[in-house]
Design a binder for this molecule. Sequence first.
Ligand SMILES: [Zn+2]
Length: 411
Amino acid sequence: MADRRRRGTGTNQEAVRRHNLATLLGHVHRSGGVSRAQLTELMGLNRSTIADLVRELEDLEVVTQSTPEAGTIQRVGAGRPSIDVKPAADSVFVLAAELGVDTMDVARVGLGGQPLDRMSATTPTNRDPDALVDTLVDMLRAMLKTADDRSRLVGIGMAVPGVVTDSAGLVRFAPNLGWTDVALTSVLESRIGRRVPVHIGNDAELGALAEHTRGAARHMNNLIYMSCDVGVGGGVIVAGAPMMGASGYAGEIGHQVFNPNGQTCRCGNVGCWETEIGSHAVAEAVGCPSSEMHRLAEYLQPDSEPPARLRALGHSLGLGLGGLVNVFNPEMIILGGVLRWVFPLVREDVLEALSEWALAAPAEQAQIVLPALGGDSSIIGAAELGFTDVLHDPVEVLAASTGATATIIGA
Ligand SMILES: [Zn+2]
């Protein structure tokens, strides 16, 4: 195997082979399983090249091959059954974290995007970055203990409710955590070392990525994912690519001025959209006291008659969605966070306000839906971020990775 890896080192041929390995692994990861015949078609390479590439990834223990069961066999060419190639989810995994204002979630996610294990904890009340990272490290270590010793951790991805610069590992501004310019990646690396690539992303952008890759908006190129908890954010995908803005700060739809006579927002402005439709506004509308915020979903049961204040909130939601439809002409807007419970209750009010405010042509094209990944969109997106490096160059990342337990425990 080592000889084969070294073959052609430093040549174009080697670069092409590494690129093809990465591309093939990406197809297997995103599809969750694909036949060699389909890979031949997707990559435009001949069957023997695909077979060689798959064998090399199999040697690296990142994919498995099997003959499909009878009845599901796909015939190719002269009628030979095509081999199924699947991600080796138990062998290669990432740790994904979603850092919320009230709760923190961590999941161990296998190659192929399948959550293997997960846990939640309460966010430290002062939301101090050091205290939060201490809790996070405890959770990451607990997750590693459930992994097989031979499986390999290849990345850590974190979803943050704020404006982030991944390349600098920096949370520029997260008003609901009270953070400005927190070097989150460095703080984490000071605890666990730098053996594993760490990436951070905005929670709404990661929600959009996950729903686009393996959720409600697969096969769509123009979509918006709205994260809505204490804060409201948007992940916007335009023409198949995330719309990041000049420095990656685009999508802060919660901080659009919506009601200049409204409440002061955590960002310092008055009347931002998130003060009208965020989880605190929802709690007020349904009479959920602030001490009971963790039970908010129970106040939003599907069979309950929505109070007038919740219907008014639905109207505000619809007007804002109408504005998004006018600006972005999306095929789909996915309502995440607390809106997963709000929207079914006030659907009519939302859609009526939307059609009132949106121009007719883009409104006809926009579907308003709930996330196919339920409450997991952002954490699955964080996992996708964690897989970035191994999907870019599996040979290099896997050569550097060691057994899970050895990687972080004791760091
Ligand atoms: Zn604001």
